[in-house]
Design a protein around this ligand. Structure first.
Ligand code: MEZ
Length: 596
């Protein structure tokens, strides 16, 4: 296929993104329509429908839900995302994002309006060449036209929990289909910043960090207001070290360790240099799924569970973007479809005062998995426990990781005053920020803290950081009184020297803030995580409304409730996805084996 590329002239930038000179037959202009923007651009370059769409039975032009052929053709002509990013020589390019490998068609569309996927969370000015108008799709495939498929295990949701369950079940010998409604995989996990909590790990031991399962349990229970399911918390802590080992064994680097709010000890594992954990482990999980040829389907939304009439879950009904509605039958179904922070209606139903607040979540976090699970007989618990993260960059959806505070940043209000223990739990820190003038505050740090955490580089690239060569300059950039800011930092630095924060009782004071330049990021609280969801037991079986496990139905990750109680500790989410994803995959596998 590379040969095609070698005869293609790659025309990027002003001419748009299309393949020129490829040896395709003349297009059928009546079908493409003269106003088709991207398709028309290709038509001009003599690329026909067949260049992008698979032909079946000599006449049917079909597109599978992964849009495999069209994406392969894009890559053939334009190069891979990595190659395109290199060619553009831009630092910030849509072709090289933290979302990792994704389909070209996630943004570019020949038959409907193209849309920059990144702008679901960002507001980049990135018009897509040829992507401004919309026409109807060429040939919609009629619904219900596909035969019933069969597999061993269906996993719903391709975030970290879903990938982990799918890989675990596959490695035990099961045939797995992993379904994702979004055009890209990764879910919220791909956005996860701070790290993965784990205790008694080899990495902690190597660094001489003393921690224990019992202390992680105590921290997690305390953080959750003791409302957590203690059995699930024990599993989270006890199995966290083996989850780190498992991730490491499949190629992840989570050897750096930091501290998150509410944690007694350093136990938040993240990539070397303090890079974001989510993008990294998502890349690793995706690669492992691809290497194993696991059947991963994007643009595939599960509509409902199929039940056998006696309460056992035996499959799902799926709506594919192109393939229409179809059914897959399986011996077990694992729900891993995430939370509902991006669903304002559902958030409003449980916490009306949060409506209108920004969210750090990806747009697919709408809680469908919970509702589908409930319709399938599952019990929802703790739905009103919705977490507000204290530090989302003001006016955006960009989470400023708690690791910035963990590495030493402090919170300062617009009067230049520190007002809270930055490492208290999120619920308390968020309330404290909301109580400040303007309902916002600034994360303040210096060049030493900046250098200690790779993730901060990204905030500079996104233009979120105000700076000053002196504290007075920074105060001016923040619009805060210089003398008060200087006084606040002086008091904090004295607390650092004394190793005692008499003002707010912050236990960990890792760095002083006194090395220019000085920096500030304005933050506001945003909806970050939904603690409630489907009730599960220690085997990750979904519990039905009468308290009994539903046969054939498992769940893991944010779609479940119980692990975090009223408030999740930072770093416990990725930990939960891997540990409970592994348990769900292993137990679904057992169900398959028992059914034989
Ligand atoms: O687990 C989280 O939600 C987390 C660590 C977030 C963050 O601030 O980075």
């Amino acid at each position: 296929m590379k040969s095609l590329r070698s005869i293609a002239t790659i025309a990027i930038a002003t001419l748009g993104l299309f393949c020129a000179g490829a040896s395709y037959a003349a297009p059928d202009a009546t079908r493409l329509g003269s106003s088709t923007p991207l398709a028309a651009m290709h038509k001009d370059k003599k690329v026909t429908c067949k260049g992008c769409h698979e032909e079946k039975n000599q006449e049917k032009i079909v597109v599978d839900d992964n849009e495999t052929v069209v994406n392969a053709t894009c890559v053939e002509c334009h190069g891979t995302l990595a190659e395109m990013a290199k060619e553009k020589k831009e630092h910030l390019t849509p072709h090289q994002s933290h979302l990792g490998l994704m389909n070209c068609t996630s943004c570019h569309s020949g038959h409907s309006q193209s849309k920059t996927y990144c702008n679901n969370c960002h507001t980049f000015d990135m018009p897509i060449p040829g992507g401004t108008a919309a026409i109807k799709r060429v040939k919609p495939v009629p619904a219900d036209s596909r035969p019933v498929e069969k597999t061993d295990i269906i996993v719903i949701g391709a975030g970290a929990a879903g990938f982990t369950a799918a890989i675990t079940a596959h490695d035990g010998g099961a045939k797995v289909i992993l379904l994702e409604k979004q055009p890209i995989t990764g879910g919220n996990s791909a956005l996860s910043a701070g790290g993965m909590n784990a205790t008694e790990t080899a990495f902690q031991k190597k660094k001489g960090i003393k921690d224990s399962v019992d202390v992680m349990i105590q921290d997690t229970m305390k953080g959750g207001g003791n409302h957590n399911n203690p059995e699930l918390v024990r599993i989270l802590a006890t199995q966290s070290a083996s989850s780190v080992d498992w991730l490491t064994s499949i190629g992840a680097d989570i050897s750096d360790i930091g501290q998150m709010a509410g944690a007694t000890n350093y136990r938040t594992h993240r990539p070397t240099g303090g890079a974001a954990v989510g993008a990294h482990i998502t890349k690793v999980l995706k690669k492992n799924a691809a290497d194993r040829k696991i059947d991963v389907r994007v643009n595939s939304k599960v509509l409902k569970l199929v039940e056998d009439g006696k309460g056992k879950v035996i499959g799902v009904v799926v709506e594919g973007k192109h393939s229409g509605t179809y059914t897959i039958l399986a011996k077990a179904v694992v729900m891993a479809a995430g939370g509902f922070s991006a669903n304002q209606t559902l958030v409003g139903q449980y916490q009306p005062q949060f409506v209108g607040m920004t969210t750090s979540n990806q747009p697919g976090a709408t809680g469908d998995g919970m509702l589908i699970g409930e319709q399938g007989g599952g019990q929802l618990i703790d739905m009103k426990e919705i977490q507000i993260h204290p530090t989302v960059a003001a006016g955006s959806r960009i989470l400023i990781t708690e690791a910035v505070r963990g590495n030493g940043a402090i919170l300062i209000n617009r009067n230049g005053k520190r007002f809270v223990n930055e490492l208290t739990t999120r619920d308390k820190a968020s309330q404290a920020v909301l109580a400040q003038p303007g309902g916002s505050a600034f994360l303040v740090f210096d060049s030493v803290i900046h250098k200690s955490l790779k993730q901060i580089d990204g905030y500079f690239e996104l233009g979120l950081v105000k700076e000053g060569a002196t504290l007075a300059e920074l105060a001016q950039a923040m619009g805060a009184p210089a003398d008060t800011l200087a006084q606040s930092l002086d008091t904090y630095n004295k607390a650092f020297e004394a190793k005692k924060d008499a003002e707010f009782g912050r236990a960990d004071l890792p760095r002083a803030i006194r090395t220019p330049k000085f920096y500030a990021i304005e933050i506001k609280p945003g909806i970050h995580y939904t603690m409630g969801g489907l009730q599960i037991n220690a085997e990750t079986q979904v519990i039905g409304k009468h308290g009994q496990p539903i046969p054939g139905f498992y769940a893991a990750g944010e779609v479940t409730g119980g692990v975090h109680g009223k408030n999740r500790l930072g770093g416990n989410s990725i930990s939960e996805t891997i540990t409970f994803g592994r348990i769900a995959g292993a137990n679904a596998l057992k169900a398959v084996k028992n059914s034989k």
